[in-house]
Design a protein around this ligand. Structure first.
Ligand SMILES: [Zn+2]
Length: 191
Protein backbone atom coordinates (compact mmCIF):
# COMPACT_ATOMS: atom_id res chain seq x y z
CA UNK A 1 0.00 0.00 0.00
CA UNK A 2 2.72 2.40 0.93
CA UNK A 3 4.57 1.47 -2.22
CA UNK A 4 1.58 2.42 -4.30
CA UNK A 5 1.19 5.69 -2.46
CA UNK A 6 4.87 6.53 -2.46
CA UNK A 7 4.91 5.66 -6.15
CA UNK A 8 3.12 8.96 -6.58
CA UNK A 9 6.17 10.84 -5.24
CA UNK A 10 7.72 13.48 -7.47
CA UNK A 11 9.37 12.18 -10.65
CA UNK A 12 12.88 13.24 -11.58
CA UNK A 13 13.30 15.54 -14.59
CA UNK A 14 14.00 14.13 -18.04
CA UNK A 15 15.87 10.86 -18.45
CA UNK A 16 16.97 10.85 -14.79
CA UNK A 17 13.49 9.47 -14.10
CA UNK A 18 14.67 6.15 -15.56
CA UNK A 19 17.26 5.94 -12.76
CA UNK A 20 14.63 6.70 -10.12
CA UNK A 21 12.33 4.02 -11.57
CA UNK A 22 15.19 1.52 -11.69
CA UNK A 23 15.94 2.02 -7.97
CA UNK A 24 12.21 1.70 -7.22
CA UNK A 25 11.93 -1.71 -8.89
CA UNK A 26 12.43 -2.93 -5.32
CA UNK A 27 9.51 -1.91 -3.10
CA UNK A 28 10.93 -2.55 0.37
CA UNK A 29 7.74 -1.61 2.19
CA UNK A 30 5.55 -3.89 0.07
CA UNK A 31 8.23 -6.63 -0.06
CA UNK A 32 8.02 -6.88 -3.87
CA UNK A 33 10.86 -6.93 -6.39
CA UNK A 34 10.08 -6.19 -10.05
CA UNK A 35 13.53 -7.59 -10.93
CA UNK A 36 13.09 -11.09 -9.54
CA UNK A 37 14.13 -13.01 -12.69
CA UNK A 38 16.38 -12.39 -15.73
CA UNK A 39 13.16 -12.11 -17.78
CA UNK A 40 11.97 -9.31 -15.48
CA UNK A 41 15.23 -7.46 -16.13
CA UNK A 42 14.93 -7.93 -19.90
CA UNK A 43 11.37 -6.59 -19.84
CA UNK A 44 12.23 -3.63 -17.64
CA UNK A 45 15.25 -2.57 -19.72
CA UNK A 46 13.22 -2.85 -22.94
CA UNK A 47 10.35 -0.82 -21.49
CA UNK A 48 12.89 1.87 -20.57
CA UNK A 49 14.23 1.80 -24.17
CA UNK A 50 17.66 0.77 -22.87
CA UNK A 51 17.89 -2.72 -24.42
CA UNK A 52 17.40 -3.82 -28.03
CA UNK A 53 14.82 -6.49 -28.77
CA UNK A 54 17.30 -9.21 -29.76
CA UNK A 55 19.05 -9.47 -26.36
CA UNK A 56 17.94 -11.33 -23.24
CA UNK A 57 19.36 -10.92 -19.74
CA UNK A 58 21.17 -13.89 -18.16
CA UNK A 59 21.24 -14.79 -14.44
CA UNK A 60 24.65 -13.10 -14.11
CA UNK A 61 23.21 -9.93 -15.64
CA UNK A 62 20.43 -9.96 -13.05
CA UNK A 63 22.93 -10.26 -10.19
CA UNK A 64 24.94 -7.35 -11.63
CA UNK A 65 21.83 -5.22 -12.13
CA UNK A 66 20.57 -5.79 -8.60
CA UNK A 67 24.01 -4.93 -7.18
CA UNK A 68 24.02 -1.71 -9.22
CA UNK A 69 20.50 -0.89 -8.08
CA UNK A 70 21.43 -1.22 -4.40
CA UNK A 71 24.67 0.72 -4.91
CA UNK A 72 22.60 3.50 -6.50
CA UNK A 73 20.25 3.39 -3.48
CA UNK A 74 23.27 3.90 -1.19
CA UNK A 75 24.46 6.79 -3.37
CA UNK A 76 21.01 8.39 -3.20
CA UNK A 77 20.97 7.98 0.60
CA UNK A 78 24.30 9.83 0.65
CA UNK A 79 22.71 12.74 -1.25
CA UNK A 80 21.04 13.77 2.02
CA UNK A 81 23.49 16.37 3.24
CA UNK A 82 25.78 15.98 0.22
CA UNK A 83 27.78 13.06 1.64
CA UNK A 84 30.25 11.28 -0.69
CA UNK A 85 29.19 8.00 -2.31
CA UNK A 86 30.17 5.16 0.10
CA UNK A 87 33.28 3.30 -1.09
CA UNK A 88 31.57 -0.09 -1.44
CA UNK A 89 28.84 1.38 -3.64
CA UNK A 90 31.41 3.32 -5.63
CA UNK A 91 33.32 0.09 -6.39
CA UNK A 92 30.13 -1.64 -7.60
CA UNK A 93 29.25 1.29 -9.87
CA UNK A 94 32.78 1.50 -11.27
CA UNK A 95 32.81 -2.26 -11.98
CA UNK A 96 29.54 -1.86 -13.91
CA UNK A 97 30.97 1.15 -15.78
CA UNK A 98 33.99 -0.95 -16.76
CA UNK A 99 31.75 -3.82 -18.02
CA UNK A 100 29.77 -1.27 -20.05
CA UNK A 101 33.04 0.26 -21.30
CA UNK A 102 31.81 3.75 -20.51
CA UNK A 103 33.88 6.16 -22.55
CA UNK A 104 34.04 9.93 -22.78
CA UNK A 105 32.16 10.98 -25.91
CA UNK A 106 31.92 14.50 -27.29
CA UNK A 107 28.23 15.40 -27.64
CA UNK A 108 26.84 18.06 -29.99
CA UNK A 109 25.74 20.45 -27.27
CA UNK A 110 26.56 19.01 -23.83
CA UNK A 111 30.33 18.68 -23.99
CA UNK A 112 32.07 15.44 -23.03
CA UNK A 113 29.71 12.81 -21.63
CA UNK A 114 30.13 9.17 -20.64
CA UNK A 115 28.50 6.74 -23.08
CA UNK A 116 28.60 2.89 -23.10
CA UNK A 117 30.67 1.27 -25.83
CA UNK A 118 29.41 -2.20 -24.84
CA UNK A 119 26.09 -3.54 -26.10
CA UNK A 120 23.67 -5.96 -24.46
CA UNK A 121 22.66 -5.79 -20.81
CA UNK A 122 26.07 -4.45 -19.72
CA UNK A 123 25.61 -1.56 -22.15
CA UNK A 124 22.03 -0.97 -20.96
CA UNK A 125 23.16 -0.72 -17.33
CA UNK A 126 25.99 1.52 -18.56
CA UNK A 127 23.42 3.79 -20.21
CA UNK A 128 21.71 4.16 -16.82
CA UNK A 129 25.04 5.04 -15.22
CA UNK A 130 25.65 7.55 -18.02
CA UNK A 131 22.36 9.21 -17.02
CA UNK A 132 23.78 9.51 -13.49
CA UNK A 133 26.82 11.29 -14.93
CA UNK A 134 24.63 13.58 -17.02
CA UNK A 135 22.57 14.46 -13.94
CA UNK A 136 25.73 15.20 -11.94
CA UNK A 137 26.80 17.55 -14.74
CA UNK A 138 23.47 19.41 -14.92
CA UNK A 139 22.99 19.65 -11.14
CA UNK A 140 19.88 17.47 -10.80
CA UNK A 141 21.64 14.45 -9.26
CA UNK A 142 21.98 15.95 -5.77
CA UNK A 143 18.17 16.24 -5.54
CA UNK A 144 17.60 12.55 -6.23
CA UNK A 145 17.35 10.83 -2.83
CA UNK A 146 15.89 7.84 -1.07
CA UNK A 147 13.37 8.16 1.76
CA UNK A 148 15.12 8.25 5.16
CA UNK A 149 12.50 5.86 6.56
CA UNK A 150 14.51 2.60 6.79
CA UNK A 151 11.50 0.45 5.97
CA UNK A 152 10.81 2.50 2.82
CA UNK A 153 13.94 3.83 1.07
CA UNK A 154 11.86 4.78 -2.00
CA UNK A 155 13.67 7.02 -4.48
CA UNK A 156 12.18 10.47 -4.92
CA UNK A 157 13.15 13.79 -6.44
CA UNK A 158 13.55 16.51 -3.82
CA UNK A 159 11.94 19.64 -5.22
CA UNK A 160 12.09 21.57 -1.96
CA UNK A 161 13.72 24.98 -2.31
CA UNK A 162 16.21 24.32 0.49
CA UNK A 163 16.95 20.75 -0.74
CA UNK A 164 16.10 19.38 2.69
CA UNK A 165 13.45 16.82 1.70
CA UNK A 166 13.78 13.62 3.74
CA UNK A 167 10.76 11.50 2.87
CA UNK A 168 9.28 9.99 -0.29
CA UNK A 169 6.01 11.55 0.74
CA UNK A 170 5.16 13.94 3.58
CA UNK A 171 1.69 12.36 3.76
CA UNK A 172 3.05 8.86 4.33
CA UNK A 173 6.58 8.60 5.74
CA UNK A 174 6.78 12.23 6.91
CA UNK A 175 3.69 11.84 9.06
CA UNK A 176 4.86 8.49 10.41
CA UNK A 177 8.10 10.10 11.58
CA UNK A 178 6.25 13.03 13.15
CA UNK A 179 3.88 10.72 14.98
CA UNK A 180 6.81 8.71 16.34
CA UNK A 181 8.49 11.91 17.54
CA UNK A 182 5.25 13.11 19.11
CA UNK A 183 4.70 9.82 20.92
CA UNK A 184 8.32 9.95 22.12
CA UNK A 185 7.88 13.43 23.55
CA UNK A 186 4.62 12.49 25.22
CA UNK A 187 6.21 9.42 26.82
CA UNK A 188 8.98 11.63 28.22
CA UNK A 189 6.59 14.24 29.62
CA UNK A 190 4.49 11.64 31.47
CA UNK A 191 7.40 10.03 33.29
ZN1 LIG B 1 9.09 6.76 2.39
Amino acid sequence: MLGLMSGASTPAPGRLEAVRRFVNTLDIDAGTDALATPGDLTGWLRSASLLAGDTDAEPGDLANAVAVREALREALAANHGGEPIPSGALAVLNDAAARARLAATLTASDGWRARPAAGGVDGAIGALLALVGDAMADGTWSRLKVCVNDTCRWAFYDESRARTGKWCSMQVCGNRAKQRAWRGRRAESTT
